[in-house]
Design a protein around this ligand. Structure first.
Ligand SMILES: [Zn+2]
Ligand SMILES: [Zn+2]
Ligand SMILES: [Zn+2]
Length: 274
């Protein structure tokens, strides 16, 4: 399993257009980017690739990185930064199976699968498969499982991608607070690689209208506001799940410049062989 981090940023990315903060300037100087979230998972055995989330930066990512176009995609939730790249399927694909959860979201009255199906109804290439959480499905030679996480007000899903032949396991937290249900934690546990949402360091919680929550034993918030983990929360999730390696993703430009490029924080283009 070859995992390429195509997009490791939050919804505005780093650098953010029109922003001259120190973090965005530092990113420009270093020539690194954190574009909107997307992960490319290649199966070397079958020579197929699965795309996890369709970034609005899809075109840029596939021009920039040495990866093949995917054979299938999974959509974790319906926020712009994870879904809106699917329009790129037009003329690039004759058939792109797209997997998403089948549970009705009380917020929208539709499942993620139904929203994707409605929004991309005009694209013949997009074929949506509705999948039930905790029930593994097969695609690209992988066994893939959606697991509910906590990203209010919308439903959102983490993901487990396993190769049944090699035993390689990739876990993705999805966009989530630290309040991931126990049953989902069990499914995500013990991966070779965990990609964990950590949007900002905990010390920025004081600037969020809802502050932080899910404090650790030292009182450090592991959730920023209600929707995302802090960097400390993402690190803590990796320890709790006993991940062999944790990369922190979905990072924002609000991380102070002297912390924003720390070793544990991912940048676009990183590649891992599991
Ligand atoms: Zn900035
Ligand atoms: Zn989101
Ligand atoms: Zn997001």
């Amino acid at each position: 399993m070859e995992v390429t981090l195509l997009g490791t940023g939050d919804t505005t990315g780093t650098p953010t257009p029109g922003c001259s903060c120190d973090t965005c300037e530092r990113a420009r100087e270093r020539g690194v980017e954190r574009t909107r979230y997307s992960i490319h998972v290649r199966n070397e055995r079958t020579d197929e690739a699965l795309l996890v989330d369709a970034s609005p930066d899809f075109r840029h990512q596939f021009l920039e990185r040495d990866v093949d176009l995917p054979d299938a995609a999974v959509i974790s939730h319906i926020h712009f930064d994870h879904l809106d790249g699917l329009g790129n399927a037009y003329r690039l694909f004759s058939d792109l199976p797209v997997y998403a959860a089948d549970e009705t979201d009380p917020e929208t009255g539709k499942s993620v699968a139904e929203t994707v199906r409605n929004d991309y109804d005009y694209l013949d290439a997009v074929t949506v498969s509705a999948e039930s959480p905790f029930e593994p499905f097969e695609t690209c030679g992988f066994e893939v499982t959606l697991v509910p996480v906590d990203h209010p007000p919308l439903v959102c899903y983490g993901l487990v991608v396993e190769d049944p032949e090699t035993g390689a396991k990739l876990s993705l937290s999805g966009d989530t607070s630290y309040g991931i249900p126990d049953e989902s934690r069990e499914a995500l546990a013990d991966p070779d690689l965990l990609l964990a949402d950590g949007i900002v360091p905990a010390h920025l919680c004081e600037h969020h209208p809802y502050g932080g929550k899910h404090e650790d034993d030292d009182g450090v918030p592991r959730t920023f506001g209600t929707k995302h983990m802090t960097i400390e929360g993402a690190r803590s999730l990796g320890e709790q799940l006993d991940a062999d390696e944790t990369r922190i993703v979905h990072l924002s430009h609000f991380i102070p410049a002297d912390e924003a490029f720390d070793e544990e924080l991912a940048v676009d283009g990183e590649r891992y062989d599991l």
